[in-house]
Design a binder for this molecule. Structure first.
Ligand code: HSC
Length: 704
């Protein structure tokens, strides 16, 4: 008796229903169940046609990713798809929710596809470092053509039912009761004596693919696929569908799929997939913690950051109060919002009417008294404790009981801010990343007194606005910026020691970051870091190391703040973002090194990489040990989604586990000897040392 797949016969049509929550993934039991019920339906003489449908919130979301990495168990998915396709009786897939990966491949094995209008279909395997391995690379091009199929498989993004219908991947889009209409569709097939339609029967004429198609396709995707293993295999698999015999193509797909499955890239991307879901599970928070309702949001500080944050909420239909000192300041923020949304209109992602109704959700406010009905307030003014405390005092007086008061601070103590109010239980940090309407990461900072329902609401809200929320404890810089410090510091010091900016950037770019630390500083504005250092120096919280941030500080004093002033460490042609090495800056670096008595030398690429990346791993180890992050994978989620750490390396802690704690520990100890440790930069974290000694892994470390 297979409990996850059932069979019911209604008149002439058999209904195979999969019921395997939460997402009907194709576990061994589901594959077995489909196979058995299909055989039974085929054997039943009363049955003329078969409908394959799913219970719960979605059609099949794909192969069961949890089974990957263990030896595959029969029946194998490609065989299940082949069995559906081989059925002598027409099989109709009835799709709701999302038909993804192996789920869509199952649907492609069926002879006809009926989908609810709200459904989406796609092949997201590339996002897991894989390719569709159950015939997707062979059947989709046969159905919709290579030029439509390849971009869809390469992007991994799903399309709507209507888009799928337009491209020919879905036969019939319906509203209302899916099963009823799928049954009607099957009855009609029988009435019209329509035979099974098998995609494997189609032959793709090689002449249908333009000569330069693959070369141009590669060039178009080069930037996005840089460093990845799967994309080239996807192209090869789709090429194998052209002209060739179906079984030959399937064999090639299989070999290419297995190569991807064994790749470190796929292991890293699967790790990130589960890490992002795990991040939503918070120690000490029950699953059923009641949530506070959020419909009206207030943004304090309507600058570029405030505008970007506000867009997330308006885009989900929430009302946003844009609060600033005067209407001119609010207008500056609104100009950013308008320009961003307008880009969407120009690219055809939204209509003028949608744009207008979005803009109506923003309400300018200059008086806190108007915030009495706000459910959530997010403060995003500049990093100054006194100013923030004053704002929170005023919010405490103006806001209704139960309103959540959040700060977007990237460094300051949330507990101190919370204490400025009479309701510290309602206060927490919500740290967005710039550009806030685009970056997926949201660090949710849990204060000492933050109430469980406030934390739970913020995490739920993160998901609602399409972000991945990660909980951080309170410390300077929280998880991400605290780890960033060593990375940036070493890059700056190595400039003085003899590395050129472009050499440093190339090493980290080649490692897989979208850009190196120096170019990133220019993009973010090197004055930002200079201000933070200044503030910390003033408070006596900064190492008395003249080298730390020296080059950036000198450049800022010269008015070279980065891209925004067309000059930072690099110079930029007007309107261009391409960094150009600047001899003037090189001369400045060399004279500063001279002044400090630093003997310049050749610095190897290996030294650049390890001096930038190992300090951030070392700090990650402390963050984990102190309980600031709940688990190593949360740190990975922060760095992949907020700082451009290459996803195919799985984040810094996953990467550290791959390199091995002992190797990292040994290298850090070696730098302690060769570079000196006057400021504690090369003190190995106790947890790193422990794991190095025991041969342990960060992924297995648990504080509790
Ligand atoms: C694939 O299909 C490979 C095939 O092409 C070939 C295989 C051939 C093999 C041949 C061998 C010989 N598996 O995201 P949520 C869990 S690759 C297992 O919060 P939502 C998830 O972890 C697969 N578990 O929900 C979570 O568990 P928790 C291609 C999966 O509503 C829970 O479900 N497919 C799972 O926001 C809820 O997930 C994909 O990549 C899976 N496939 O979004 C689709 N999918 O509660 C991946 C989800 O314990 N999934 N779970 O934390 C998604 O994109 C999203 O989950 C949905 C739902 C959009 C489906």
């Amino acid at each position: 008796m297979n409990e996850v797949v059932s069979l019911n016969t209604l008149d002439r049509v058999a209904v195979i229903e999969i019921n395997s929550p939460p997402v009907n993934a194709l576990s061994q039991a589901v594959r077995q169940g489909i196979t058995e019920k299909l055989q039974a339906a085929i054997a039943d003489e009363k049955v003329g046609a078969i409908v394959l449908t799913c219970a719960g919130r979605t059609f099949i979301a794909g192969a069961d990713i949890r089974e990957f990495g263990s030896p595959p168990l029969a029946p194998h998915l490609p065989d299940v798809v082949a069995a559906l396709e081989a059925s002598p009786k027409p099989v109709v897939a009835a799709i709701h929710g999302t038909a993804l990966g192996g789920g869509f491949e199952i649907a492609l094995g069926c002879h006809y596809r009926v989908a609810l209008k709200s459904a989406r279909v796609g092949l997201p395997e590339v996002k897991l470092g894989l390719l569709p391995g159950a015939g997707g690379t062979q059947r989709l091009p046969r159905l919709v053509g290579v030029q439509t199929a390849l971009p869809m498989i390469m992007s991994g993004d799903p399309v709507t039912a209507e888009e799928a219908e337009q491209m020919g991947a879905v036969d019939h889009v319906v509203n209302g009761d899916l099963l009823v209409q799928a049954l009607e569709y099957a009855e009609k097939l029988l009435d019209e004596s329509k035979p099974p339609r098998r995609l494997s029967d189609i032959r793709i004429d090689p002449a249908s693919v333009p000569e330069n198609f693959y070369t141009e396709f590669r060039a178009l995707h080069a930037r996005k696929t840089r460093g990845y293993f799967a994309p080239e295999r996807i192209i090869a698999a789709v090429q194998a569908a052209v002209g060739a015999d179906f079984q030959d193509g399937m064999q090639q797909e299989r070999d290419l799929f297995m190569g991807c499955m064994r790749s470190p890239e796929s292991a890293a991307l699967r790790h990130i997939f589960f890490a992002e879901r795990q991040a939503g599970k918070v120690d000490g928070l029950e699953r059923d913690t009641p949530l506070r309702e959020i419909n009206r949001v207030a943004m304090i500080g309507a600058g570029t950051m405030g505008g970007g944050i506000a867009m997330n909420f308006a885009s989900k239909g929430m009302l946003v109060y844009m609060v600033d000192v005067d209407t001119a300041a609010i207008e500056r923020g609104m100009a950013v919002v308008r320009a961003n949304y307008m880009r969407g209109v120009k690219k055809g992602r939204m209509t003028e009417a949608q744009f207008d109704s979005l803009m109506e959700l923003f309400i300018p406010v200059t008086d806190y008294a108007e915030l009495a009905d706000a459910d959530l307030v997010i403060e995003a003014v500049f990093e100054n404790m006194a100013v923030k405390k004053d704002i929170f005092k005023r919010l405490d007086a103006a806001c209704k009981p139960g309103a959540i008061l959040a700060s977007n601070t990237s460094t300051l103590d949330i507990d101190e801010i919370a204490r400025a109010t009479s309701r510290p239980q309602d206060v927490l940090g919500m740290h967005f990343f710039s550009p806030a309407n685009i970056m997926r990461l949201l660090e949710v900072v849990r204060g000492a007194e933050t109430a469980p329902d406030v934390l739970a609401t913020a995490m739920k809200l993160a998901k609602r606005i399409g972000k991945v929320g990660v909980v951080s404890g309170v410390c300077h810089g929280f998880i991400g910026n605290r780890m960033l410090e060593g990375y940036i510091r070493e890059a700056g010091i190595m400039l003085l020691e003899g590395a050129r900016p472009e050499q440093i950037d190339k090493v980290l770019y080649d490692f897989g970051f979208p850009m190196g630390p120096i170019a990133m500083g220019d993009l973010a504005g090197i004055d930002v870091g200079a201000k933070v250092r200044e503030e910390r120096r003033r408070k006596g919280m900064f190492p008395a190391d003249e080298r730390f941030g020296l080059v950036a500080d000198r450049l800022v004093a010269m008015g070279r703040c980065g891209q925004k002033t067309s000059a930072g460490v690099y110079r930029y042609e007007p309107g261009s973002r391409t960094p150009i090495p600047d001899p003037e800056v090189q001369a400045l670096i060399e004279s500063e090194a001279d002044r400090l008595g630093i003997v310049r030398r050749e610095i190897s690429d290996h030294e650049i990489l390890t001096r930038c990346v190992y300090p951030l791993i070392n700090e990650g180890a402390r963050i984990l040990d102190e309980g600031i992050a709940q688990r190593a994978s949360d740190i990975d989620v922060v760095w992949v989604n907020g700082y451009g750490f290459p996803p195919y390396r799985g984040g810094p802690m996953f990467y550290a586990d791959a390199v091995g704690a002992e190797k990292i520990y040994t290298q850090i100890c070696q730098y302690r000897e060769t570079l000196g440790n006057e400021f504690g930069y090369w003190e190995p974290a106790p947890l790193l040392e422990k794991l190095a000694r025991e041969g342990g892994k960060f992924s297995a470390f648990s504080k509790s």
